[in-house]
Design a protein around this ligand. Sequence first.
Ligand code: 5RP
Length: 227
Amino acid sequence: MRTQDELKQQAAQAALDIVLPQLQPESILGVGTGSTVDRFIDLLAAHREAFRAAVSSSERSTQRLQAAGIQVLDLNEVSSLTLYVDGADELDHQLNMIKGGGGALTREKIVASVADRFVCIVDESKLVQQLGRFALPIEVIPLAREAVAREVRQLGGRPVLRAGFTTDNGNQILDVSGLQYDDPAEFEAMLNNIPGVVCCGLFAISGAHLALVAGQDGMSLLELQES
Ligand code: 5RP
């Protein structure tokens, strides 16, 4: 029986195996945030000569990338990214995700939006039939926290302030349980429309293109079927 940490390591290795052949000396790679991505960064360090630089989704990943000798560019200096690699807190079979357990959801969504393809790396505990077990992180402007919380309660949610936490953007996070996602993309759009919401951790309007899921029986690859 492999531990969750070992499965995260496997997912990171699988991502490296997929990403490396696609990197050119001029390539810039989008890098997410979290313990699974930390392992990916550690593996990437040995291949830093294979690509030009990375764009990071958090101060935490920036520090780890730089410590690994990988150059980190500001997103404003970059017009496109071939790939974006990141973990998730929940992933469904349509490759919709809940993200933001580490609080980096806003930068993650922005960096992912610039990439051609989002490669999601998770252990099998994250794969669900229906999103909703993990409380949805919502980044809010501090001034709007209670106003957003009231709106979210109207939608059936139970918001809890992530105490003592400030995002890299200087905002706060409400972790919202009790929500139902019958149409995740429509629900994401609705949350985006609440004044004071900076970003919600639902990644459904634009989800992952490819997911690498590490399980006790080996790696599974889920790929979005483009219509
Ligand atoms: C951070 C995230 C992470 O991708 C998510 O929390 C998964 O983290 P981990 O790989 O540590 O399980 O969205 O904001």
